[in-house]
Structures are given as structure tokens and as C-alpha cells.
Ligand binder design. Structure first.
Ligand code: S3P
Length: 426
């Protein structure tokens, strides 16, 4: 098990770039594989999660070639894939397993899909239920992976989603492309919309009105060139670093600033953080910009309601900012944190206590009592093999008295293998 000691830092004026967006990278492989013709993917995130997705589509018979830094996908349209002769393995990725189940639901064969020790503990019933309504059949381990998917001819459905989840929504949308008739999905709260944007960019007929999404099957998806912008969930660690470290300004270039992902910017501004966005542009239907952050005095805040899906993956590192702020921060309506790579309410609270922070656990969130800029206490941090916990506490180490020892850091490779290199460079 790899351990890393991260030391405190200050005085940093730097321009950095983070790796490509994970959600968009998965979708580029998946949608490129069901499009007709060649899709060229630039700045693809080469991390464990997304490389597993490539491997799965190769097992399904799609030619995917890596040349220099680009990936070329030779898609055959919505024609059936090749029946795989092994179990498909997503590693740690909830996005991969749930989205690919949507594709498998429409294939004329049966395939089994599973993942690592964390994946087999995450709920799959949330996708099995709507995909069963569409006509596919499943055998699962009581709603958990491994899941055997028996594909079928699907029919369109109207589905009112019980939880705000982009993974569930996207799984249904992908299945809907193969279905007979229109599918309508109604979200309780708007979640990230990369699938809607990318499908439109590839030529699918999708109509979004507020929280309703209608998918009209029948239009051909055409292979495209796609540039993957920087991941705001990876940028998040350096946004918080820039705010907490003294005499610091960090510019993070070419980050995806899709409004369904920028909850962190709204919250840190509300906390008193100095953040500006420069050089805005649109690339393949996704907004992109440079995020500039500088040292700030932060105050506690309330984080709840519709903003939660817009910052769900950033809550671990926002909690570090809250712990260093003046006053208390209340996080609620975030029960979904309990079914991420780990139960993040629990794993954050355990580690926050170790660095000397008072926290109260709630069923759907937590209350963090900020220490008003007092350096965090030295501690051993257990990431519980959760990449975002390991990275969030590496940022806490930058403003600690003697650094922090982060245990079990290999998990960072699932989403952001360059993380420690960029951190060391600050
Ligand atoms: C993702 C959606 C979110 C997010 C995950 C990536 C996606 O999960 O937490 O890291 O790419 O669609 P849910 O959709 O389950 O909330």
C-alpha cells in the first residue's frame, strides 16, 4: 500500500492544466462506439476508469486505436456489438457500469458486467429498474454487481427518476436510442448533462425542456472530432489549494465549466473566495474557460438543495475549505454521498476528526465547525481507497502544521494519475 507525505506550502503563482474530464472521456468512448464512422478524441483522460471503458468496447468488437495523444474510435453505428466471451470489468467506475448496462440492454446477447470491491457495494437497482421497464432482463446479486444483462428489443418509456443521477439518466438515454418509440425522462433535480450535449453534437434527436428529456430514436449518430476539456472535479483540488494557501494565485487552464458542474465556483464565492473565469469559449458543445483563484479568507456557509448534484463530487474538498473557514458549514440533502466510491460522509468525518476538526454527522450530510485558518493537526489519513478522499486531504496537508501522511494513495490513478506531479510542482 503506497503512502505519501504531503508538506505544507505557500507563495505560489502558477499556471497549471488538469487532465481531461472523466465523465466526458467515458461518454466519448461510449458514444463514439455507437456512432457511424471515425471519432477522434483529443486530450482523453488516460486513467484507470476510462481505460477500462476502452477495454470493454474493444471486447465488444469496436476498433479503438491510440496514436500519440489521440484516440480513434471506428464506430459501426447502432448495429449489434460482438458478444463478449468474458465478464466485462469496469474497475472502480460507476459511470462505466451504469452507462454500459444501458447499451447491453439493447444487444441481441447476454453479457455479465462487474467491477472492483467498491463497485460491488454500489446500488445497480436504480438502472436495472428502468431498463427492465424498457424490456431487458437482468440477474444481479440482489441489485448489486455482478449483473448479467440479457438484451432485448426495447420499447420507449416515460420515467420519473426517484434520484438525481446523471449515470441513471444516461443509461436510459443510451438504451432509448435503440428503442421503439420515444422515451421521456423526468429528473427531480437537474444533474450533469454531458450525455445530452454529446448526443446532440453527434446528431441524435434529443429535446430538453426544463427537467424533461425526450429521446427520439431513428437518427443516425455520426463520428466526430472531440476535444476533452479539463475536469472541474480535478481542478477543484487546486481551486481550494489556491484559496487556502497564503500569497498564492493559481490559474487552471481549459477547464470544463458546464453549469451542471460549477456548483463549487458558486459555493466558494459565497464563502468569500476570490475566483474568476477567463477566456470562455465553447468546444464541441461544452463550455470551457480558465479558472483563476487567489488566497482568500473564507467563511462558513450552507450547502443544500438543487446545488448538490452540481458539486456532488467536490464535497470532499469543499469540506476541507469549510474546515479552514471561519464559522460553521452545514451540508444537507447530500445522502447520495453515502453510495459513492465510499460512504463519503463517513470517510470525510473520520479523517476530519483526525486533523482536529469538530464535525457532526447527519443522515444526509454534516456540520463542519471551521477552525478559522488554524493549521491542521498532523495525522495519518486513511483514504479508504477513495481517490477523492486521498486528494482532498492532500490539499488539507498544504495548510497543516507538519504535513499529513496519506495512506493508500494508488486510488488516485482511477481519475487523476497526474495529481501528485502537479501538486509537487506547486
Ligand atoms: C457521473 C455522475 C455522478 C458523479 C460521478 C460521475 C457521470 O454520479 O458522482 O462521479 O459521469 O455521469 P451520479 O450520476 O450517480 O450522481
Amino acid at each position: 500500500m503506497k503512502k505519501i507525505h504531503v508538506s505544507p506550502k505557500k507563495n505560489c503563482i502558477k499556471k497549471i492544466e488538469v487532465q481531461g474530464d472523466k465523465s466526458i472521456s467515458h461518454r466519448a468512448i461510449i458514444i463514439g462506439s455507437i456512432a457511424n464512422g471515425i471519432t477522434k478524441v483529443e486530450n482523453f483522460l488516460e486513467a484507470e476508469d476510462t481505460l477500462n471503458t476502452i477495454k470493454i468496447f474493444r471486447q465488444l468488437g469496436v476498433k479503438i486505436v491510440n496514436e500519440k495523444n489521440d484516440y480513434y474510435i471506428y464506430g459501426n453505428g447502432l448495429k449489434p456489438f460482438r458478444e463478449p466471451n468474458e465478464t466485462l470489468y469496469v474497475g472502480n467506475s460507476g459511470t462505466a457500469i451504469r452507462l454500459i448496462m444501458g447499451i447491453l440492454a439493447a444487444q441481441p446477447f447476454t453479457a455479465t458486467i462487474t467491477g472492483d470491491a467498491q463497485i460491488v457495494k454500489r446500488p445497480m437497482a436504480r438502472v436495472i429498474e428502468p431498463l427492465t421497464m424498457m424490456g431487458a432482463k437482468f440477474i444481479s446479486n440482489n441489485g448489486y454487481a455482478p449483473v448479467m444483462v440479457q438484451g432485448n428489443n426495447l420499447n420507449g418509456i416515460t420515467y420519473k427518476m426517484p434520484v438525481a443521477s446523471a449515470q441513471v439518466k444516461s443509461s436510459i438515454m443510451l438504451a432509448a436510442l435503440y428503442a421503439e418509440g420515444v422515451t421521456e425522462i423526468i429528473e427531480p433535480v437537474k444533474s450533469r448533462d454531458h450525455t445530452e450535449r454529446m448526443l446532440k453534437y453527434f446528431g441524435a434527436k434529443i429535446v430538453v425542456k426544463g427537467k424533461s428529456i425526450k429521446i427520439f430514436p431513428g437518427s443516425e449518430l455520426k463520428g466526430k472530432k472531440i476535444f476533452i476539456p479539463g475536469d472541474i472535479s480535478s481542478a477543484a483540488f487546486f481551486i481550494i489549494a489556491g484559496l487556502l494557501m497564503k500569497k498564492t494565485r493559481i490559474t487552471i487552464k481549459n477547464v470544463n465549466i458546464n453549469p451542471t458542474r460549477t456548483g463549487i465556483i458558486d459555493i466558494v464565492k459565497k464563502m468569500g473566495g476570490k475566483v474568476i473565469i477567463k477566456n470562455k469559449k465553447v468546444l464541441n458543445n461544452e463550455p470551457v474557460g480558465d479558472i483563476v483563484v487567489s488566497s482568500s479568507k473564507l467563511k462558513g456557509t450552507i450547502i443544500k438543495g438543487n446545488i448538490i448534484p452540481r458539486l456532488i463530487d467536490e464535497i470532499p474538498v469543499i469540506s476541507i475549505a469549510a474546515a479552514f473557514a471561519k464559522g460553521k458549514t452545514i451540508i444537507s440533502d447530500a445522502k447520495e454521498l453515502r453510495v459513492k466510491e465510499t460512504d463519503r460522509i463517513n470517510t470525510m468525518i473520520k479523517n476530519l476528526k483526525r486533523i482536529g476538526i469538530k464535525v457532526e454527522e447527519k443522515e444526509d450530510g454534516m456540520i463542519i465547525y471551521g477552525n478559522n485558518g488554524t493549521p491542521f493537526k498532523y495525522a495519518d489519513i486513511d483514504s479508504f481507497s477513495d481517490h477523492r478522499i486521498a486528494m482532498a486531504f492532500s490539499i488539507a496537508a498544504l495548510v497543516s502544521d507538519n504535513g499529513l501522511l496519506i495512506k493508500d494513495t494508488e486510488c488516485v490513478n482511477t481519475s487523476f494519475p497526474e495529481f501528485f506531479n502537479i501538486l509537487n510542482n506547486l
